[in-house]
Design a protein around this ligand. Structure first.
Ligand SMILES: *Cc1c(COP(=O)(O)O)cnc(C)c1O
Length: 331
């Protein structure tokens, strides 16, 4: 199952120490896993899921992919690129109204050849069945990828990512105590949780919630739980889990999805100015802020090795240029 994928990216992604930030927070040693460098049309964590989802679509003889997201969806941009590589037609359902000017991920999705449908307040694929029926009447064979690529098949990308990380840690003779990352549609969190069991990774996951809204009537905890339950069965993992076992930090999602506050802006500037690495304003900016807050408040024990899993998203920076150009957070 884990080997049944269609190659789309450059793996393993680098694992590096953030030396200057580790000096700034001397109680901790901070590392970063560079999934912003997966290589698929500017990279990101959806590449890992798409390797499995595109393979399934091809195995089922489909010729058209349908997926959904916000206008600045990194998932949709990477899906468009994956479809170009695999020779599939790509239809994207994107929230909001058609803007006059395309920028950031929307521009890239369009350049990558996706057919774009604007769906008003629906940004999580609510219109997928209507579109599928229409395209199938026209003779296409459609494969629907859920919001964020988050189902069991997509999560396999992150089961495999744990194997990749474990090999890097062994090579570098390193133990990571805590892994921070942005969790939003749940596939990454579910995959990492399953991978931790299979490959016996003894690091604690600290998923930072990005989006307080439900997805098709389910909370993020419920989505993660359902994927893990399916994974436990299909991967023969000997473990019992309850919904209440799903860990999710909700301290930083209150302002809502895609709303950029001083938290995200300060985190973006801090990593850029200290390490020359770019975060994004929606996901990694928020999660990195959360991690730095944990370190400043000493919410995890001193002398821990901490890993930030960078999940990409950099093209959205251009959509938020007004918020980000005020460089008042220079350090
Ligand atoms: C999609 C995405 C995430 C969240 O991953 P999920 O599997 O959807 O929880 C984090 N960061 C970026 C940049 C993303 O595009």
């Amino acid at each position: 199952m884990i080997n049944n994928k269609f190659n789309l990216g450059f793996f393993p992604t680098p694992l590096q120490e953030l030396r200057k930030l580790s000096k700034k927070y001397p109680d901790y040693t901070i590392f970063i896993k560079r999934d912003d460098n997966t290589g698929l049309a500017s990279g990101g964590n959806k590449t890992r899921k798409l390797e499995y989802l595109i393979k399934q679509a091809l195995d089922e003889g489909c010729d058209t992919i349908i997926t959904a997201g916000a206008q600045q969806s990194n998932h949709c941009r990477q899906t468009a690129a994956a479809c170009s590589i695999a020779g599939l037609k790509c239809h994207l359902l994107l929230g909001g109204e058609k803007p006059e000017v395309y920028d950031g991920n929307l521009l890239l999705s369009s350049i990558l050849g996706a057919n774009i449908h604007f769906t008003g307040k629906n940004r999580k694929g609510e219109d997928r069945v209507i579109l599928k029926n229409k395209l199938e009447k026209e003779g296409n064979k459609c494969f629907v990828i859920p919001y964020g690529g988050s189902n069991f098949t997509g999560a396999l990308g992150f089961v495999n990512a744990v194997k990749e990380l474990k090999e890097q840690l062994m090579e570098q003779k390193l133990k990571i105590d805590y892994i921070f990352f942005a969790s939003s549609s749940g596939g990454m969190q579910a995959g990492l949780t399953l991978g931790k069991e299979i490959y016996e990774l003894n690091s604690e996951l600290i998923p930072i919630s990005i989006d307080k809204d439900e997805t098709n009537g389910l909370s993020l905890e419920e989505v993660v739980f359902n994927i893990i339950k399916e994974g436990i069965k299909k991967l023969n993992i000997n473990k019992n889990i309850q919904l209440s076992d799903i860990q999710l930090n909700r301290d930083y999602d209150k302002d809502g999805y895609g709303v950029v506050t001083n938290n995200e802006i300060s985190a973006i500037h801090e990593l850029a100015k200290n390490e020359g690495i770019l975060l994004d304003p929606v996901y990694t900016g928020r999660a990195f802020y959360g991690m730095l807050d944990f370190l400043e408040e000493k919410r995890i024990p001193a002398n821990s090795n901490v890993l930030f899993w960078h999940t990409g998203g950099f093209p959205a920076i251009f959509k938020y240029s007004t918020e980000l150009k005020n460089n008042t957070f220079a350090r």
